[in-house]
Ligand binder design. Structure first.
Ligand SMILES: Cc1ncc(COP(=O)(O)O)c(C=O)c1O
Length: 347
């Protein structure tokens, strides 16, 4: 692999702190192009501008996908990744859905490992900070005909991020706009899914909510996700989460929490969660906790869910399921405990 290093590193131990999530980037990026029906040689080069023309295919037709993952520093300064093969696999599922070429998993992971070795000092050392990793691919042919592109560019960039804490989380059930329709692209990490979610999310924020709960696109009766996280509820001594479908992103945190909970004797039921039955179960005291699960925050407790005129409040306790699972998962990710699942990969 060709490697062109920066002449002068931009790294500074503090300059990225107190900046917006995902706004400071490490020195290098991994780039590999697809053309003439095959992947070319990958290269690492200084993070910097990429030349594009106004006819760039992805700007017009949205063939653009991405992943989100993190690198963590362990107690002995080791560099860890968490289930990176799962991100590579999901990336290729997104690619297939968007009619884009799949990238060999080895190429994805080899580029990532080389980049992390080179930019290792950018991985924050303090507990719960991490290096956020953004692999993405976009259509890079230059024509404006509504056909799939012939050329694609895959890039990995990274950014140091601090612990994700945003205070109380009050969410509203979205009963008008749809994030993902049956048969659509919701199970893929397609850029357009996110672009289309900004307007309803902004409206909810204007009304004092931090996030939205997305519901099914048919009748807005069933809960699907919370913002950019999968959602879980505690029902007595078990967890409940909606089953995967083509309108739900199959979260790696979601899958890990299900396995972790079951490992600790907490059953996790995957069943459709109707809003009317949620309200009834909450009223009868059967549902006591609600939380989101995703790479950025790991686990984020939800303080309240507003549905029509009802505001359902939930418990947020240190000894709740959410906090227990968050601690367990982060201990595995940061190498503070045994990893019976083989999820933690040393770079
Ligand atoms: C829509 C959506 N749902 C769920 C998730 C959680 O997925 P993961 O746990 O793999 O980060 C994400 C974040 O990637 C997301 O964008």
């Amino acid at each position: 692999m060709k490697v062109e290093k920066v002449k002068q590193s931009r790294w500074n131990k503090d300059s990225w702190r107190n900046t917006e999530f995902g706004s400071v980037f490490s020195d290098h990026m991994f780039v590999v192009k697809y053309k003439d029906g095959q992947w070319q040689k990958g290269e690492i080069k200084p993070y910097g501008t990429i030349n594009i023309l106004p006819s760039l295919h992805s700007l017009h037709y949205g063939q653009s996908i991405f992943e989100g993952m993190k690198a963590y520093k362990g107690p002995k300064d080791e560099t860890f990744l968490f289930r990176p093969d799962q991100n590579a696999k999901r990336f290729n599922k997104s690619a297939a859905r968007m009619c884009m070429p799949e990238i060999p998993e080895d190429l994805f992971l080899e580029g990532l490992y080389e980049l992390l070795k080179l930019d290792e000092k950018w991985i924050p050392k303090e507990a719960s900070s991490a290096l956020y990793i953004r692999p993405f691919m976009f259509a890079s042919s230059n024509f404006i005909k509504a056909n799939p592109s012939d050329e694609y560019t895959f890039i990995i960039i990274t950014c140091p991020v601090q612990a994700y804490y945003k205070g109380e989380v009050h969410v509203k059930v979205e009963s008008n706009f749809t994030r993902a329709a049956a048969g659509g692209t919701g199970a893929a990490k397609a850029a357009g899914n996110y672009g289309a979610s900004f307007y309803p999310a902004k409206k909810a924020q204007e009304n004092g909510f931090q996030q939205l709960i997305w519901t099914d696109g048919n009748h807005h009766q069933f809960i699907e996700e919370s913002g950019t996280m999968n959602i879980f509820f505690r029902r007595k001594n078990e967890l409940v989460t909606p089953p995967l479908s083509d309108s739900i992103l199959p979260g790696i945190t979601r899958d890990s929490l299900i396995k972790l909970a079951e490992h600790h004797g907490i059953p996790c039921v995957q069943e459709k969660i109707g809003l009317e039955s949620l309200v009834l179960a909450h009223k009868s005291g059967n549902i006591t906790e609600a939380f989101g699960a995703g790479t950025a925050a790991t686990v984020a407790s939800i303080n309240s869910i507003t549905y029509k005129e009802e505001k359902l409040s939930f418990e947020v306790n240190d000894d709740g399921f959410a906090n227990k699972l968050k601690t367990e998962l982060q201990d595995i990710q940061y190498g503070r405990t045994e990893d019976p699942f083989g999820w933690r990969i040393t770079v």
